[in-house]
Design a protein around this ligand. Structure first.
Ligand SMILES: [Zn+2]
Length: 286
Protein backbone atom coordinates (compact mmCIF):
# COMPACT_ATOMS: atom_id res chain seq x y z
CA UNK A 1 0.00 0.00 0.00
CA UNK A 2 1.29 3.42 -0.87
CA UNK A 3 0.51 6.32 1.44
CA UNK A 4 2.32 8.87 -0.68
CA UNK A 5 0.35 9.83 -3.72
CA UNK A 6 -0.60 12.82 -5.80
CA UNK A 7 -3.79 13.02 -7.84
CA UNK A 8 -4.71 15.55 -10.51
CA UNK A 9 -8.31 16.30 -11.36
CA UNK A 10 -10.33 18.42 -13.77
CA UNK A 11 -13.87 19.75 -13.78
CA UNK A 12 -15.83 18.89 -16.90
CA UNK A 13 -17.99 21.99 -16.69
CA UNK A 14 -15.48 24.55 -15.42
CA UNK A 15 -12.07 25.75 -16.59
CA UNK A 16 -10.48 24.81 -13.33
CA UNK A 17 -8.06 22.08 -12.35
CA UNK A 18 -7.08 20.60 -9.03
CA UNK A 19 -4.45 18.53 -7.27
CA UNK A 20 -4.53 16.59 -4.06
CA UNK A 21 -1.44 15.20 -2.34
CA UNK A 22 -1.25 12.88 0.66
CA UNK A 23 2.10 12.03 2.25
CA UNK A 24 3.22 9.76 5.04
CA UNK A 25 6.31 7.60 4.42
CA UNK A 26 8.27 10.22 2.49
CA UNK A 27 7.39 12.77 5.20
CA UNK A 28 8.61 10.42 7.93
CA UNK A 29 11.87 9.87 6.03
CA UNK A 30 12.53 13.60 5.96
CA UNK A 31 11.71 13.98 9.66
CA UNK A 32 13.86 11.01 10.67
CA UNK A 33 17.14 12.72 9.75
CA UNK A 34 16.96 15.20 12.66
CA UNK A 35 15.26 15.68 16.00
CA UNK A 36 13.05 18.52 14.75
CA UNK A 37 10.88 20.58 17.14
CA UNK A 38 7.14 19.88 16.75
CA UNK A 39 6.27 23.16 15.02
CA UNK A 40 9.11 22.65 12.56
CA UNK A 41 7.91 19.08 11.84
CA UNK A 42 4.57 20.59 10.86
CA UNK A 43 6.19 23.29 8.75
CA UNK A 44 8.33 20.73 6.90
CA UNK A 45 5.22 18.65 6.19
CA UNK A 46 3.41 21.66 4.76
CA UNK A 47 6.49 22.53 2.74
CA UNK A 48 6.67 18.99 1.33
CA UNK A 49 3.00 19.06 0.35
CA UNK A 50 3.52 22.52 -1.18
CA UNK A 51 6.55 21.36 -3.19
CA UNK A 52 4.70 18.31 -4.46
CA UNK A 53 1.70 20.41 -5.57
CA UNK A 54 3.95 22.97 -7.22
CA UNK A 55 6.00 20.26 -8.92
CA UNK A 56 2.83 18.78 -10.39
CA UNK A 57 2.09 22.10 -12.13
CA UNK A 58 5.39 22.26 -14.02
CA UNK A 59 5.67 20.98 -17.54
CA UNK A 60 9.41 20.47 -17.83
CA UNK A 61 11.83 17.71 -16.85
CA UNK A 62 14.05 18.97 -14.10
CA UNK A 63 14.39 20.08 -10.50
CA UNK A 64 12.45 22.33 -8.23
CA UNK A 65 13.35 23.73 -4.85
CA UNK A 66 11.17 25.55 -2.35
CA UNK A 67 13.29 27.25 0.25
CA UNK A 68 12.33 29.32 3.31
CA UNK A 69 15.01 31.64 4.63
CA UNK A 70 14.72 33.95 7.59
CA UNK A 71 16.40 35.70 10.52
CA UNK A 72 14.38 33.83 13.18
CA UNK A 73 15.23 30.63 15.11
CA UNK A 74 14.66 28.70 11.87
CA UNK A 75 17.19 30.03 9.39
CA UNK A 76 16.43 27.59 6.59
CA UNK A 77 13.84 25.03 5.55
CA UNK A 78 14.10 23.54 2.10
CA UNK A 79 12.45 20.81 0.07
CA UNK A 80 14.02 19.76 -3.20
CA UNK A 81 12.06 17.78 -5.73
CA UNK A 82 11.88 16.85 -9.37
CA UNK A 83 9.25 16.23 -12.03
CA UNK A 84 9.04 12.57 -10.98
CA UNK A 85 7.82 13.58 -7.51
CA UNK A 86 11.03 12.52 -5.79
CA UNK A 87 11.52 14.74 -2.75
CA UNK A 88 14.07 15.36 -0.02
CA UNK A 89 14.43 18.14 2.51
CA UNK A 90 16.16 19.59 5.53
CA UNK A 91 15.87 22.46 8.00
CA UNK A 92 18.31 24.32 10.23
CA UNK A 93 17.25 25.86 13.52
CA UNK A 94 18.63 27.14 16.82
CA UNK A 95 17.21 27.20 20.33
CA UNK A 96 13.74 26.47 21.65
CA UNK A 97 10.70 26.65 19.42
CA UNK A 98 7.19 26.57 20.90
CA UNK A 99 4.97 23.71 19.72
CA UNK A 100 2.45 26.18 18.33
CA UNK A 101 4.97 28.65 16.85
CA UNK A 102 3.69 30.48 13.78
CA UNK A 103 5.51 30.81 10.48
CA UNK A 104 6.78 34.28 11.50
CA UNK A 105 7.78 33.13 14.99
CA UNK A 106 9.94 30.46 13.40
CA UNK A 107 11.40 32.24 10.38
CA UNK A 108 11.28 35.86 11.58
CA UNK A 109 11.59 38.21 8.67
CA UNK A 110 12.08 36.02 5.67
CA UNK A 111 11.43 34.88 2.16
CA UNK A 112 10.20 31.92 0.21
CA UNK A 113 12.49 31.30 -2.74
CA UNK A 114 11.19 29.01 -5.45
CA UNK A 115 13.73 27.83 -8.01
CA UNK A 116 12.75 25.92 -11.14
CA UNK A 117 15.70 24.30 -12.93
CA UNK A 118 14.75 22.57 -16.18
CA UNK A 119 17.24 20.04 -17.53
CA UNK A 120 17.09 22.08 -20.73
CA UNK A 121 16.30 25.75 -20.82
CA UNK A 122 16.48 28.64 -18.46
CA UNK A 123 16.36 28.59 -14.71
CA UNK A 124 13.55 30.57 -13.11
CA UNK A 125 13.46 31.98 -9.61
CA UNK A 126 10.50 33.52 -7.81
CA UNK A 127 10.64 35.18 -4.40
CA UNK A 128 7.80 36.09 -2.06
CA UNK A 129 8.02 37.49 1.45
CA UNK A 130 6.86 35.32 4.35
CA UNK A 131 4.61 38.02 5.82
CA UNK A 132 1.39 36.18 5.01
CA UNK A 133 -0.76 34.29 7.49
CA UNK A 134 0.69 30.90 6.60
CA UNK A 135 2.70 28.97 4.06
CA UNK A 136 -0.35 28.29 1.88
CA UNK A 137 -0.97 32.04 1.54
CA UNK A 138 2.70 32.59 0.60
CA UNK A 139 2.40 30.00 -2.16
CA UNK A 140 -0.84 31.57 -3.42
CA UNK A 141 1.03 34.86 -3.64
CA UNK A 142 3.78 33.15 -5.63
CA UNK A 143 1.25 31.88 -8.18
CA UNK A 144 -0.32 35.34 -8.31
CA UNK A 145 3.03 36.91 -9.14
CA UNK A 146 4.57 34.30 -11.40
CA UNK A 147 1.66 32.88 -13.36
CA UNK A 148 -1.11 35.39 -12.63
CA UNK A 149 -3.54 32.54 -12.27
CA UNK A 150 -6.10 32.56 -9.47
CA UNK A 151 -4.92 29.73 -7.22
CA UNK A 152 -6.09 28.34 -3.92
CA UNK A 153 -3.73 26.30 -1.75
CA UNK A 154 -4.43 24.28 1.39
CA UNK A 155 -1.68 22.65 3.42
CA UNK A 156 -1.88 20.43 6.48
CA UNK A 157 0.64 18.44 8.54
CA UNK A 158 0.56 16.88 11.99
CA UNK A 159 3.97 15.25 12.37
CA UNK A 160 2.69 11.90 11.05
CA UNK A 161 0.99 12.86 7.82
CA UNK A 162 1.08 15.81 5.46
CA UNK A 163 -1.45 16.73 2.79
CA UNK A 164 -2.45 19.53 0.51
CA UNK A 165 -4.78 20.69 -2.22
CA UNK A 166 -4.36 23.08 -5.12
CA UNK A 167 -7.16 24.59 -7.14
CA UNK A 168 -6.24 26.70 -10.15
CA UNK A 169 -7.90 28.40 -13.10
CA UNK A 170 -6.70 26.90 -16.39
CA UNK A 171 -4.07 29.12 -18.04
CA UNK A 172 -6.09 30.12 -21.09
CA UNK A 173 -9.21 31.18 -19.22
CA UNK A 174 -7.89 33.39 -16.47
CA UNK A 175 -9.79 36.70 -16.75
CA UNK A 176 -13.11 36.31 -15.02
CA UNK A 177 -13.95 32.97 -13.59
CA UNK A 178 -17.05 32.64 -11.45
CA UNK A 179 -16.64 28.87 -11.40
CA UNK A 180 -13.38 29.30 -9.55
CA UNK A 181 -15.07 31.38 -6.82
CA UNK A 182 -17.70 28.72 -6.37
CA UNK A 183 -15.30 25.77 -6.44
CA UNK A 184 -12.78 27.40 -4.10
CA UNK A 185 -15.58 28.02 -1.58
CA UNK A 186 -16.36 24.31 -1.69
CA UNK A 187 -12.68 23.32 -1.50
CA UNK A 188 -12.09 25.53 1.53
CA UNK A 189 -14.43 23.33 3.57
CA UNK A 190 -11.95 20.43 3.52
CA UNK A 191 -10.61 19.49 6.94
CA UNK A 192 -7.13 18.18 7.74
CA UNK A 193 -8.61 15.03 9.24
CA UNK A 194 -10.46 14.25 6.00
CA UNK A 195 -7.33 14.63 3.89
CA UNK A 196 -5.39 12.43 6.32
CA UNK A 197 -7.93 9.60 6.39
CA UNK A 198 -9.96 9.55 3.16
CA UNK A 199 -8.85 8.38 -0.26
CA UNK A 200 -8.83 10.99 -3.00
CA UNK A 201 -12.05 9.85 -4.76
CA UNK A 202 -13.94 10.14 -1.49
CA UNK A 203 -12.47 13.57 -0.76
CA UNK A 204 -13.60 14.79 -4.17
CA UNK A 205 -17.03 13.28 -3.74
CA UNK A 206 -17.49 15.05 -0.41
CA UNK A 207 -16.39 18.40 -1.75
CA UNK A 208 -17.88 18.41 -5.22
CA UNK A 209 -20.73 15.90 -5.33
CA UNK A 210 -22.78 18.18 -7.55
CA UNK A 211 -19.96 18.72 -10.04
CA UNK A 212 -18.59 16.56 -12.82
CA UNK A 213 -15.03 15.77 -11.76
CA UNK A 214 -12.49 13.75 -13.70
CA UNK A 215 -9.84 12.18 -11.46
CA UNK A 216 -6.61 11.06 -13.13
CA UNK A 217 -4.46 8.10 -12.14
CA UNK A 218 -2.28 8.88 -9.13
CA UNK A 219 1.46 9.48 -9.20
CA UNK A 220 3.68 8.09 -6.43
CA UNK A 221 5.60 10.55 -4.30
CA UNK A 222 8.86 9.21 -2.89
CA UNK A 223 11.72 10.29 -0.69
CA UNK A 224 15.16 9.83 -2.17
CA UNK A 225 18.39 11.55 -1.36
CA UNK A 226 20.70 12.46 -4.21
CA UNK A 227 23.88 12.33 -2.16
CA UNK A 228 26.60 9.84 -3.13
CA UNK A 229 30.21 8.93 -2.41
CA UNK A 230 31.18 10.46 -5.75
CA UNK A 231 29.56 13.78 -4.86
CA UNK A 232 31.30 13.76 -1.48
CA UNK A 233 34.59 13.05 -3.22
CA UNK A 234 33.97 15.99 -5.53
CA UNK A 235 33.33 18.19 -2.48
CA UNK A 236 36.59 17.06 -0.86
CA UNK A 237 38.45 18.02 -4.02
CA UNK A 238 37.25 21.60 -3.62
CA UNK A 239 39.25 21.83 -0.38
CA UNK A 240 42.85 23.00 -0.48
CA UNK A 241 45.69 20.55 0.11
CA UNK A 242 46.46 22.32 3.40
CA UNK A 243 42.89 21.93 4.63
CA UNK A 244 42.83 18.24 3.70
CA UNK A 245 46.15 17.60 5.44
CA UNK A 246 44.96 19.43 8.56
CA UNK A 247 41.82 17.26 8.83
CA UNK A 248 43.74 14.03 8.20
CA UNK A 249 46.37 15.00 10.79
CA UNK A 250 43.62 15.56 13.36
CA UNK A 251 41.25 12.63 12.63
CA UNK A 252 43.05 10.22 10.27
CA UNK A 253 39.97 10.46 8.04
CA UNK A 254 37.51 12.85 6.46
CA UNK A 255 33.84 12.27 7.25
CA UNK A 256 31.44 13.82 4.76
CA UNK A 257 27.94 13.80 6.26
CA UNK A 258 24.74 14.40 4.30
CA UNK A 259 22.36 16.64 6.24
CA UNK A 260 19.37 15.45 4.18
CA UNK A 261 19.63 11.74 5.05
CA UNK A 262 22.45 11.47 7.64
CA UNK A 263 24.52 9.16 5.45
CA UNK A 264 28.23 9.52 6.25
CA UNK A 265 30.90 8.96 3.60
CA UNK A 266 34.32 8.29 5.12
CA UNK A 267 37.60 8.89 3.29
CA UNK A 268 40.92 7.89 4.85
CA UNK A 269 44.33 9.13 3.70
CA UNK A 270 44.58 6.38 1.08
CA UNK A 271 41.11 7.18 -0.29
CA UNK A 272 42.01 10.85 -0.49
CA UNK A 273 45.30 10.06 -2.27
CA UNK A 274 43.34 7.92 -4.73
CA UNK A 275 41.06 10.87 -5.50
CA UNK A 276 44.03 12.75 -6.84
CA UNK A 277 45.80 9.81 -8.44
CA UNK A 278 43.29 9.63 -11.26
CA UNK A 279 43.51 13.29 -12.21
CA UNK A 280 47.00 14.56 -12.88
CA UNK A 281 46.29 17.56 -14.98
CA UNK A 282 43.17 19.50 -14.04
CA UNK A 283 43.40 19.39 -10.25
CA UNK A 284 46.71 21.15 -9.75
CA UNK A 285 47.33 21.68 -6.07
CA UNK A 286 47.02 25.20 -4.75
ZN1 LIG B 1 21.85 12.13 1.55
Amino acid sequence: MNNDILHRYLFDNADVRGEIVQLENSYQEVLSAHDYPVALQHLLGELMAATSLLTATIKFTGDISVQLQGDGPVSLAVINGNNEQVLRGVSRWKGEIADDASLQEMLGKGYMVITLTPDEGERYQGIVSLDHVNLAACLEEYFNQSEQLPTQIQLFANGKQAAGMLLQVLPTKSEQNDDFEHLSTLTATIKAEELFTLEAPEVLHRLYHQEEVRLFDPVDVTFKCTCSRDRSAAAIKTLSQAEIEAILAEDDKIDMGCEYCNQVYTFDAIDVAALYAGSHSSDAKQ
